[in-house]
Write a protein that binds this ligand. Structure first.
Ligand code: URA
Length: 316
C-alpha cells in the first residue's frame, strides 16, 4: 500500500505525523538508501526500505494505548536535555516504543495518552479534528464577581502574544476553602494555553489538572500509575477524530462534568518515583509566573486507587 512518508512513519510508531515531518526536514529519514527531505513522497512499506537515524522503520498493525496519570514535577517528553524526570519513566515496563500525545506542563498533572499510533496522535493533537480538552484549574478565590467576569472574558476571547484565543467553556466547578476549581474546555493544544487564558483575565493559577483525555479518565489511578485504554475508550477516541464511523463526531466526555475525578491529594514531597528510580526532588516552580502550585485546601480529596496497573514508586 502506498502512502505518504510522514503517514508511514506515524503508523510505524516513530512519531506523530507532525514530528515525522520534522524528522524528514532534518534529513534523518532515508528511503531505499537515499536521504529524503521531500514531505509528500509516497512509499510502500512492502517494497521500500525506510530508515530513521539509521534504524529500519516498519509499519505495524498492532498499536498500543496507555493512559498515564502524569504527576506534577516531570516533563511530558521521552527524554529531557536538562535531566529532569520524564513522564515516560512511569511507563518503563511497557516494551513498545510509546510516545505521549501532546504535552502537559512540568507542574501540571493528569491524563496523558501514550501510544504507538502516530495517526491517532496526529489527529488528537491537530486543531482541525476538533478534539476538546477539559482542565480543572485551581485559581485563587476571593472575589466572585471578578471570577465570573474573568470566566466570561475567557469564553468571549482574549488576545495572547501568539494570536487570539478563547475557551469553549469556563465555569466554576467546585469551591475549595479559599480557592476555586474552575472547569475550562479548550479546542487546541497551544503552549501553556490554559494558564495564559487565566493570566489574561486576571486569574492566578495555583494548580492545573487534566482529568481525562480523549474520553479516557484518570479515575482510579494515582499519580504515576497508568492503564491500557479499554476497547470502548479507543473506539470513542478514534470516532471523535474521524478514524472510525465516518466524519469526526464530537467526543463524548468520560463522565458528566460534575463527576470528573478530582486531582490527587498532594503530600508536599515531589512526584512519586517511577519504577526503579530514586524519589525525585520536590517540584520546581513553574516556568511561567502564573503557575505557582500547591495551596492545599481541606476540600481536596484524592481519587481512590482502582485498577492500578503498575508498581508505584515511593515518595507519593
Ligand atoms: N494549558 C496549560 O497552560 N498547560 C498545560 O499543561 C496544558 C494546557
Amino acid at each position: 500500500m502506498e502512502e505518504r512518508l510522514q503517514k508511514f512513519l506515524a503508523r510505524a510508531g516513530i512519531a506523530s505525523r507532525r514530528k515525522a515531518e520534522t524528522l524528514i526536514a532534518e534529513g534523518r529519514v532515508t528511503v531505499n538508501g537515499q536521504v529524503v527531505r521531500e514531505q509528500g513522497l509516497r512509499v510502500d512499506g512492502d517494497r521500500d526500505v525506510v530508515t530513521v537515524d539509521g534504524k529500519a522503520a516498519f509499519a505495524r498493525e498492532e498499536q498500543r494505548y496507555f493512559l498515564l496519570y502524569k504527576p506534577p514535577g516531570c516533563v511530558t517528553t521521552l527524554s529531557d536535555p536538562q535531566g529532569r524526570r520524564t513522564a515516560a519513566e512511569y511507563l518503563r515496563d511497557v516494551k513498545e516504543r510509546v510516545f505521549p500525545v501532546g504535552r502537559l506542563d512540568y507542574d501540571a498533572e493528569g491524563a496523558v495518552l501514550f501510544t504507538t499510533d502516530g495517526e491517532l496522535a496526529h489527529r488528537l493533537a491537530h486543531p482541525r479534528y476538533g478534539h476538546r480538552r477539559v482542565y480543572l484549574v485551581k485559581v485563587k478565590g476571593g472575589d466572585e464577581e471578578r471570577l465570573a467576569a474573568g470566566l466570561a472574558r475567557m469564553v468571549a476571547g482574549v488576545r495572547l502574544e501568539d494570536g487570539p484565543a478563547k475557551a469553549l467553556s469556563a465555569v466554576v466547578h467546585e469551591e475549595a476553602e479559599k480557592n476555586v476549581w474552575v472547569r475550562v474546555e479548550v479546542g487546541e493544544g497551544r503552549f501553556h494555553l490554559v494558564k495564559r487564558l487565566c493570566e489574561a483575565v486576571g486569574l492566578q493559577v495555583l494548580r492545573l489538572f487534566r482529568p481525562e483525555f480523549g474520553g479516557a479518565s484518570v479515575q482510579g489511578l494515582r499519580p504515576g500509575q497508568y492503564r491500557p485504554l479499554t476497547a470502548e475508550e479507543l473506539r470513542g477516541a478514534r470516532r471523535a477524530v474521524g478514524l472510525e464511523g465516518g466524519e469526526a463526531a464530537p467526543q463524548k466526555p468520560s463522565r458528566p462534568p460534575s463527576e470528573l475525578p478530582r486531582a490527587a491529594r498532594r503530600h508536599g514531597h515531589g512526584p512519586p518515583a517511577p519504577p526503579g528510580a530514586e524519589p525525585a526532588p520536590a517540584p520546581r516552580p513553574a516556568p511561567r509566573a502564573a503557575a505557582r502550585p500547591q495551596a492545599r485546601s481541606a476540600g481536596e480529596r484524592g481519587t481512590g486507587p482502582r485498577r492500578p496497573r503498575q508498581g508505584r514508586g515511593k515518595g507519593r
